[in-house]
Write a protein that binds this ligand. Structure first.
Ligand code: ZN
Length: 151
């Protein structure tokens, strides 16, 4: 597992349609766990966009991510995120805040999760995760703290 850098953007989730602050991880830059926001310079003119992976942890996506995890293992982490690929637009070395070419994975969609052969794997376990109160946005807070330290 290699390192990456993070971009925090307020964006619409392609799965749940909610707008929230999300972390987008990219490996196109220094991979030093740097944190960027809209309007920040990436200190190079090399890119027109950054390839990234966005993650939504809004409640509908959290639950779907946990269902998906339960498909692959018996226990899931209670903090789930639905992830998708996206290109983050760069203009003259500055992060514009626009997100393009979003590509979702069907494994985070209800039609796929609710297929009979899939549902049987998460159906019994999901209750205990669904009832758990949502963990606060500690991850994003941590990222913002890291960003304030790197200035
Ligand atoms: Zn979502």
């Amino acid at each position: 597992m290699g390192l990456f850098d993070s971009i925090i953007l307020k964006e619409l989730c392609p799965y749940c349609g909610k707008k929230s602050e999300m972390e987008f991880q990219t490996k196109d830059l220094r991979n030093c766990l740097d944190v960027f926001e809209k309007g920040d310079s990436i200190s190079t003119l090399k890119f027109h966009f950054l390839e990234s992976i966005g993650a939504c942890s809004q409640e509908p996506c959290r639950i779907r991510a946990i269902k998906r995890e339960l498909m692959y293992r018996k226990e899931a982490s209670s903090f789930g995120e639905a992830i998708f690929h996206a290109d983050i637009e760069i203009n003259k070395g500055i992060i514009t805040g626009k997100v393009k070419n979003v590509q979702i994975s069907e494994e985070y969609t209800d039609p796929w999760l609710n297929k009979k052969e899939n549902k049987i794997k998460w159906e019994k376990e999901i209750g205990k995760y669904a009832l758990k109160p949502k963990i606060d946005s500690s991850l994003l807070n941590e990222l913002k703290q890291r960003k304030s330290l790197q200035k």
